[in-house]
Write a protein that binds this ligand. Sequence first.
Ligand SMILES: NC(=O)c1ccc[n+]([C@@H]2O[C@H](COP(=O)([O-])OP(=O)(O)OC[C@H]3O[C@@H](n4cnc5c(N)ncnc54)[C@H](O)[C@@H]3O)[C@@H](O)[C@H]2O)c1
Length: 260
Amino acid sequence: MSGFDNKVAIVTGAARGTGAAVAARLCQEGARVVLSDLLDEAGQETANRIGESASFVQHDVTDGAQWSALVERTLDTHGRIDILVNNAGVLHQGPIENTSEADFRKLLEVNTLGPFLGIRAVLAAMRKQGVGSIVNVGSLDSLAAMNGLTAYCASKFGLRGLAKAAALEVGRDGIRVNTVCPAGGNPEMYGPWMDKLKGFMEETIAYGENRGIPGSVPVESIVDAVMFLAGDASSHCTGIDLPVDGGASAGCFIPGFNTL
Ligand SMILES: NC(=O)c1ccc[n+]([C@@H]2O[C@H](COP(=O)([O-])OP(=O)(O)OC[C@H]3O[C@@H](n4cnc5c(N)ncnc54)[C@H](O)[C@@H]3O)[C@@H](O)[C@H]2O)c1
């Protein structure tokens, strides 16, 4: 028996990367999972690969009507919703003057409005059940800001605020809302931005190396944190941020200072 047996989960942005890995682990632990993403073909393939407890629905997290349809379909098929993982996200890199109004709006719509619509859409079902766990995938950039990432930081800090206010609002109904803050994920997310970083490779590498635990964060470690917050092991955690960042948000590691 696993703590996830018979639980039903929705995972957004699950066609690939962190969302796909979370969906696969939830199914492995006994849950039934509805994967959602804009990417139709990749989403179908991921659900097929995971197995029969996974299904895929094409879904844009920025669209309230599509959220209602996704929740209705999940309840029709599975009868309940125990877990929502708001994982879908998009990146934008560039200083303020190189960030258009459309870029800024898009980041807020996908990374902040999307999770808000998701939380709102599942509340009635979770309240009726008297139980539910909502996990948002934020970022290290939800906890510590960085220049050149204004829109992303604004959207991911906003996500934390949303989670904390929602946690206070729904806690008495048995629903918890938490945020995982990873310093890494699928390289496909930042791949398209790597050209811009070409002149700054030393700084980019130092960013990952100057931490308590240097190097990139494995996706499976992010999945472990999502599973902890999604499951009953975290029954009294709500409104929290769980960094999975090798200590990056703890402070600054200065090379050489260990030998002073
Ligand atoms: N990749 C990283 O280095 C990194 C670092 C910190 C946090 N994160 C966060 O982790 C989460 C997962 O990202 P990932 O690393 O797996 O990258 P990813 O790009 O593989 O995954 C994001 C998924 O979200 C989907 N998506 C984008 N817009 C959508 C929309 N409007 N509706 C539905 N789906 C949409 C994409 O199609 C994609 O499959 C994101 O919230 C991201 O911000 C990623």
